[in-house]
Design a protein around this ligand. Structure first.
Ligand code: ATP
Length: 345
């Protein structure tokens, strides 16, 4: 298979296991984000892909060749890390040409490639400028161009945008994704920012405690989370217990959930329902009974907090569909069975 394959990778530091039996395939030309809370093992996994650390167990293959023990400089990688490590005393052009020069590429070809890359990152004409005289976003682009100069097989970025302010970061996410699509380069990014992952990735790999909890397309991760950790980590959700009887009837939040059939044999578990799928109605008529405890108007969306069956449930609506409710009011909650994700507790 062309692309990257991680096969049963484990990394131990002494008795501590930072990465546990991780297997993942990254097909050629795809964009993967490793996403998870601090300490979940993202950087450790990335360092092994980069050849900066050796797995305790398992194998890493690039285009079917085993690269587990191949040194970093022979892996055909382009890397950008949080600290961009641009050479401050060199110009933009010299920074980008650096790896070409040490590979013995001729002066004319270096210049051609630098011009090509500068145009790609929208900095044509900046070749002679000292990197110290660039903005944060421009430096970021130069670091990306420098990593891509050798046309690597694999492009690795560890928290590449985290030092930028929020607006610039969002713009750079779109730019990076467009560049990756244009070049068709296999790319892996480490981030703890779920919005960033959802914006850029073909596949989001959600990690926790050294393990992959789910690897899937962003919308799949959001709509069909594999477990309560993923459901809770990605976006906002309502998580609450349910019980099911032998006929498959489901009870949650002190009421039965009409029409929801849980997989056979499951007598209890957890339901995950996104706030935009919670509909508030008049009480009665088979709706779950609740009482409004708080309303938060964020301008673009309105969040209504409702206490039901001892849990706090959040409903999100757009301003044009603002629920006509006030704090203290009794309401009904309607959950469409399609919107309920059944998870094990
Ligand atoms: P962050 O988002 O905070 O960078 P991360 O998901 O990238 O976190 P890692 O840096 O991969 O996490 O670390 C995973 C775990 O392994 C952490 O508990 C960390 O303390 C531990 N760890 C990482 N490197 C070493 C090391 N060289 N020696 C011992 N423990 C380490």
């Amino acid at each position: 298979m062309s692309g990257l394959a991680l096969q049963n990778i484990t990394k131990q530091f002494g008795t501590f296991t930072a990465v546990k039996n991780v297997s993942l395939t990254v097909p050629h030309g795809t964009f993967v984000c490793l996403l998870g809370p601090s300490g979940c093992g993202k950087t450790t996994l990335m360092r092994m892909i980069a050849g900066l650390d050796l797995p305790t167990e398992g194998a890493i293959k690039l285009d079917d060749a085993d690269i587990t023990r191949v040194p970093t400089h022979k892996r055909d990688l382009g890397m950008v890390f949080q600290s961009l490590a641009l050479f401050p005393h060199l110009t933009v052009g010299e920074n980008i040409a650096y790896s070409l020069r040490i590979r013995g590429v001729g002066k004319e070809d270096q210049k051609k490639r630098v011009d090509e890359l500068l145009s790609m990152i929208h900095l044509s004409g900046y070749a002679d400028r000292p990197v110290a005289k660039l903005s944060g976003g421009q430096r970021q682009r130069v670091a990306i161009a420098r990593a891509l100069a050798i046309s690597p097989k694999l492009f690795l970025l560890d928290e590449p945008l985290s030092a930028l302010d929020a607006k610039l970061r969002e713009a750079m996410q779109v730019e990076l994704r467009q560049l990756q699509q244009r070049l068709g380069i296999t790319t892996i990014v480490v981030t703890h920012d779920q919005r960033e992952a959802m914006t850029m990735a073909d596949t989001v790999v959600v990690m926790n405690s050294g393990e992959i909890r789910q690897a899937a397309a962003p919308v799949e991760i959001y709509r069909r989370p594999a477990d309560t950790f993923v459901a809770d980590f990605i976006g906002m959700t309502n998580l609450f217990d349910f019980t099911a009887d032998s006929a498959g009837r489901t009870n949650a939040l002190g009421s039965s959930i009409e029409g929801l059939q849980v997989p056979g044999g499951l007598s209890k578990g957890v339901l995950s329902v996104r706030p935009e799928d919670v509909h508030l109605t008049a009480p009665g008529h088979g709706a779950i009974a609740g009482r409004v405890t708080f309303v938060r108007d964020l301008g673009g969306t309105i969040e209504t907090f409702v206490e039901a069956g001892g849990k706090q449930i959040v409903a999100v609506s757009m301003p044009h569909a603002r629920p006509d409710v006030t704090v203290g009011q009794d309401v009904g909650i309607k959950l469409s069975p399609d919107a309920c994700v059944v998870l094990k507790s």
